[in-house]
Ligand binder design. Sequence first.
Ligand SMILES: NC(=O)C1=CN([C@@H]2O[C@H](COP(=O)(O)OP(=O)(O)OC[C@H]3O[C@@H](n4cnc5c(N)ncnc54)[C@H](OP(=O)(O)O)[C@@H]3O)[C@@H](O)[C@H]2O)C=CC1
Ligand SMILES: CC(=O)N[C@@H](CCC(=O)OP(=O)(O)O)C(=O)O
Length: 338
Amino acid sequence: MGISVAVAGASGYAGGELLRLLAGHPGLDVVAATAHANAGQRITELHPNLVSYGELRFSDTSPGVLAAADLVFLALPHGASATLAAELPESVKIVDLGADFRLTDAAAWQRYYGGPHAGSWTYGLPELPGQRTRIAASGRVANTGCYAVSIITALAPLIAAGLVEVDDVVVVASSGTSGAGRSAKLNLLASEVAGDLSGYKVGAHQHVAEILQATGARSVSMTPILAPMPRGILSTVTARPVSTSVTSHDIREVLIRAYADEPFIHVLPAGRQPHTAATAGSNSVHLQAEVDISSGRVIVTSAIDNLGKGAAGQALQNANLMMGLDETTGLSANGIAP
Ligand SMILES: NC(=O)C1=CN([C@@H]2O[C@H](COP(=O)(O)OP(=O)(O)OC[C@H]3O[C@@H](n4cnc5c(N)ncnc54)[C@H](OP(=O)(O)O)[C@@H]3O)[C@@H](O)[C@H]2O)C=CC1
Ligand SMILES: CC(=O)N[C@@H](CCC(=O)OP(=O)(O)O)C(=O)O
């Protein structure tokens, strides 16, 4: 018997992707998969792709069920994680895929989420300097938000290297519909989304708070766009260089150096643009950098699978670190394209 694992919110998109990854993990055994309205249903009724779970059914999401595991993943709506985590013993390690514990600043929490701030846990992005060691030493880790992963990995090294101004970052980013969860909302119907592009939460996206916190940027303007595809996020991150002498080559060199030893972050060869399809099903981030020949602004494009490095893959990477396993176990850098 390996390390026992429970997934709360396993009937949802992020929880379902976690179950898929965990089915191929040699050291982690799923002992419980919980749901809310769907408790009691067979896993395969909600996730017909997960045939290896056979007749197993979703349990209720209760502290008693979860406390029996060594490691718990929380893939729940905002607010539900904080309530449940408070009822689990310290001995149970937790990775929260939601936002409840991502922000250190209560005022920032208030601005974007409202309601009481539950506190903060170790921020779950191992590729940030020093963060891998902190995650490995933590019993509680808060996963990075999906857009935030793609944007922070594009921006943080440039700010750390002093290559771009911190007060003029502009992001336009598109997400597939699974980013919104598996809820029956009018704007997510296939007939509404197919053949359409639209902005949403324009100028007020909650991930800006964690992008500021993780990168040291002082001002980020973000325009999210809902894209007619099931998975994937493509972010374009533009910033003003500190000097007109900064070249595309300089930016690429900084990114290449920052991620030289990272198994999941790939700076593409010059001239090749990231594609969301190339990251689908993987835990990878694909990056490319250019300097705009007209405005002189730095443009970094970044593609991820929102359910992979944006959620379940990242959560498993963090869990591997927390349990002393090889960080890449059960994860693939390769996407499933086309
Ligand atoms: N989708 C994505 O790409 C990403 C999601 N996340 C985060 O992961 C978390 C889960 O997201 P996602 O999978 O998309 O959401 P879904 O809506 O697809 O799934 C939500 C899950 O939570 C359960 N649930 C709903 N209400 C409650 C409740 N009151 N108490 C306990 N469980 C409840 C649902 O159970 P049931 O269906 O049985 O009612 C379901 O299992 C969220 O915090 C989200 O922000 C983070 C990064 C990316
Ligand atoms: C398409 C879509 O609606 N995406 C969601 C992604 C949120 C997410 O999953 O991240 P959190 O954990 O921070 O909520 C959004 O933009 O809010």
